[in-house]
Ligand binder design. Structure first.
Ligand code: NAD
Ligand code: TYD
Length: 340
């Protein structure tokens, strides 16, 4: 591996992963390929600009010619793909872009991998492909996929294609299924940065339904380290769960955030639930742990680092919250908060 293409590298997890790659592998060239949707932020990449090993290409993974020319011109030998539409609520409002990017875009990347005979391709997927998990069970990689939101279904569709390309064409591809990430540079539509930034501004935290839904939150750098382990040591044709193993109810998360910021719990505002809301995700991580990975942040450390970062980096999120975000927020929350 020498020339790595990182799609979606201007997004939350992608930019943290680029940081890890440049720190750990002095001889790698990292080419970020990103469409810069609302979620892709050039400022997330600002810290790499002076590094001669780093290149940015603006492009859409659905654009076959742009993908092919990037593979060719940069002599890409390895692909790590983060590029996706990622927010469940947006997928409920407008699924089109999810199906286009997450499914068709994955197909374009697979075709380019085939044409340019890449050594390896890792596609970053999600534990949401398993769907809601009943208490008492934690998903293992061989469990069936039962996605229940347009986002999760698009990611599962992508995974089916990836596996089919491995079987049919022998493509050296693998998949990771991470749980919910928290940490720096997460677009403040996702629950944790939304709650943190609202709390800083003393505005209500919209909590869906009874707030008792569970998520396995992990620190983004732990997830990135797991992706790195899978990339270098995972077996092709396989999927690897990556998660903290710590299950946290949304209401507990909201309380913890407010406590860290010294804000009152009365800021929590129960609102109408998300349609089809998965109540619980939970994964077993024995398979990635057997490759030598383990998380390095416990829940308290992960959340504290996250909250402190948003408190210290208002210059990052305030411009986001004053742009396109306002219209999204109005559509998503105005009637919910009005009814609350
Ligand atoms: P994000 O929304 O912050 O970033 C997505 C990035 O992809 C953005 O930079 C965006 O510009 C880019 N992008 C979108 N459409 C594109 C296209 N057509 N062509 C090129 N670039 C495009 O997402 P994230 O939270 O960093 O998630 C990254 C990946 O990890 C996704 O595949 C997601 O499904 C997966 N994942 C995320 C989480 C999580 O908790 N955030 C957990 C598990 C898996
Ligand atoms: P989110 O960050 O959107 O991640 P995902 O749905 O992909 O797991 O949401 C995390 C949890 O928080 C999920 O159970 C939905 C809930 N949630 C709220 O209660 N209020 C909100 O405003 C948002 C965005 C999410």
């Amino acid at each position: 591996m020498r020339n790595l293409l990182v799609t979606g590298g201007a997004g939350f997890i992608g930019c943290n992963f680029v940081e890890l790659l440049l720190e750990r592998y002095p001889d790698y060239r990292v080419i970020v390929f990103d469409k810069l949707t609302y979620a892709g932020r050039p400022e997330n990449l600002a810290r790499f600009r002076g590094d001669a090993r780093f290149t940015f290409v603006r492009g859409d993974i659905c654009d076959t010619e742009a993908v092919r020319s990037t593979f060719r011109e940069h002599q890409i030998d390895t692909l790590v793909s983060f590029a996706a539409e990622t927010h469940v609520d947006r997928s409920i409002m407008a699924p089109d872009a999810f199906i286009r990017t997450d499914v068709f875009g994955t197909y374009v990347l697979l075709e380019a991998m085939r044409e340019y005979q890449l050594e390896r391709g890792l596609f970053v997927s999600t534990d949401e492909v398993y769907g809601h998990i009943e208490p008492g069970h934690s998903s293992v990689e061989d469990d069936p996929m039962k996605p229940r939101s347009p986002y999760a279904a698009s990611k599962a569709g992508a995974e089916h294609l990836i596996y089919a390309y491995h079987i049919t064409y022998g493509l050296p591809v693998l998949v990771t299924r991470g749980t919910n990430n928290i940490g720096p540079y997460q677009y403040p539509e996702k629950a944790v940065p939304l709650f943190v930034t609202n709390a800083i501004d003393d505005i209500p935290l919209p909590l869906y339904g009874d707030g008792r839904q569970m998520r396995d939150y992990q620190y983004v750098m732990d997830h990135c380290e797991g992706i790195d382990v899978a990339l270098h040591h995972g077996a092709v044709g396989e999927a690897y769960n990556i998660g903290s193993g710590v299950e946290t109810e949304n209401i507990v998360m909201a309380h913890a955030i407010l406590d860290l910021l010294g804000k009152p719990h009365s800021l929590i505002r129960p609102v109408a639930d998300r349609p089809g809301h998965d109540r619980r995700y939970s994964v077993r991580t024995d398979k990635i742990r057997a490759l030598g990975w383990q998380p390095r942040h416990d829940f308290a450390a992960a959340l504290e680092r996250t909250v402190r970062w948003y408190a210290a980096n208002e210059a990052w999120w305030r411009p986001i919250k004053s742009g396109e975000y306002r219209e999204f927020y109005r559509q998503q929350y105005q009637s919910r908060l009005g009814q609350a």
